[in-house]
Design a protein around this ligand. Structure first.
Ligand SMILES: C[S@@+](CC[C@H](N)C(=O)[O-])C[C@H]1O[C@@H](n2cnc3c(N)ncnc32)[C@H](O)[C@@H]1O
Length: 244
C-alpha cells in the first residue's frame, strides 16, 4: 500500500469543459501521434478526465486525486480509456511515464490564500516545488506539462531549466489566481475589467454579491513590484520537458 502524495489545493470544485481549449492546444503539439498517456493530476470528481478523453481521442487517461469523497464520485465514470485512482507515487510509476500531465487548479490553496499578503506559512514554495518535482519524475522526455492557477511562478521551480515554453498568452496571464514570489509575498493584484471600468477584486466581489448574474469582461494583472516580476514567463500554460 503506497502513501498518498502530499495534498495541495483542498477545494475540489471542477466542471465539464473547464480547460478544454487548453487541452486542445496541447493535443496539437503532438501532431500525428495518437496513442498517448495523459495524466490529470488532481482530477477531483473526474469531469476533467472526460474532457481529456474527448480531446485525446485514442489515448489512455489516468486521473489521480487524494480526496476520497471526490474519488468516490469519480468512480462512477465508466469509460474504456479512463482509469481513476489514488494519487500515490506507486500508481504514477505504474501508469506512466506520461506524454502529457495537467495540473490545473491544484498547486494552490485558494481561497484561503486570498486573505494573506504572505502565504509562506500556509503554502510555502517548497511544497509547490515538491509537487512539480513529483510530476517531473513521471513526465516523459519531450512530454508536455499543463499548469494553470498555481500560487507561484513556474520560473521559480528548481528544475525550471529543464523546460521550454510551448504556449504563451493563452489564456491571458496563465492564471486568474494571484501569484507569489518565492518568499511567499504577493507578486501581483488582479484588476477586473467590467463595462469599461477597472475594479479591484474586492469591489468586484461586492458587486457580484449584489447581482450574481454580472459577468466580468476580463482580468488584467498588475505587478506589485514590476522590477522583480515583469521578466517572468507568467503567461505560459504549456511547458515541454527538455531535460531529465
Ligand atoms: C480545484 S480541484 C481542480 C480539479 C480539476 N483539475 C479542475 O481544474 O477542474 C483541485 C483538486 O486537486 C486535488 N489535489 C490536491 N493535492 C493533490 C495531490 N497531491 N495529488 C492529486 N490531487 C491533489 C484536490 O483534492 C482537488 O480535487
Amino acid at each position: 500500500m503506497h502513501e498518498l502524495t502530499k495534498r495541495h489545493q483542498t477545494h475540489t470544485k471542477t466542471f465539464h469543459g473547464r480547460h478544454a481549449d487548453i487541452f486542445r492546444s496541447a493535443r496539437r503539439l503532438f501532431g500525428r501521434r495518437k496513442k498517448l498517456k495523459v495524466l490529470s493530476f488532481g482530477c477531483s470528481t473526474g469531469e476533467e478526465c472526460l474532457d481529456l478523453a474527448e480531446v485525446f481521442r485514442y489515448s489512455d487517461i489516468t486521473g489521480v486525486d487524494v480526496d476520497q469523497e471526490a474519488l468516490k464520485k469519480a468512480a462512477h465514470i465508466h469509460h474504456p480509456r479512463i482509469s481513476i485512482m489514488d494519487s500515490t507515487e506507486g500508481n504514477l510509476r505504474a501508469h506512466g511515464p506520461f506524454d502529457a500531465i495537467f495540473a490545473m487548479n491544484v498547486f494552490c490553496v485558494f481561497p484561503k490564500s486570498k486573505q494573506f499578503e504572505d502565504i509562506s506559512h500556509l503554502y510555502p514554495i517548497t511544497h509547490f516545488d515538491d509537487g512539480l518535482r513529483l510530476l517531473h519524475r513521471h513526465l516523459a522526455h519531450g512530454g508536455i506539462l499543463g499548469l494553470f492557477n498555481a500560487a507561484y511562478f513556474f520560473d521559480d521551480f528548481s528544475l525550471f531549466d529543464a523546460y521550454q515554453p510551448e504556449a504563451r498568452g493563452f489564456p491571458p496571464y496563465g492564471s486568474w489566481m494571484v501569484r507569489h514570489k518565492p518568499d511567499g509575498r504577493r507578486a501581483n493584484r488582479n484588476v477586473v475589467l467590467f463595462r469599461g471600468d477597472e475594479l479591484t477584486e474586492d469591489e468586484w466581489i461586492e458587486m457580484k454579491r449584489q447581482d450574481k448574474t454580472l459577468q466580468a469582461n476580463g482580468i488584467r494583472q498588475e505587478w506589485i513590484n514590476p522590477e522583480t516580476c515583469a521578466h517572468l514567463l507568467h503567461d505560459v500554460t504549456l511547458w515541454r520537458k527538455i531535460k531529465d
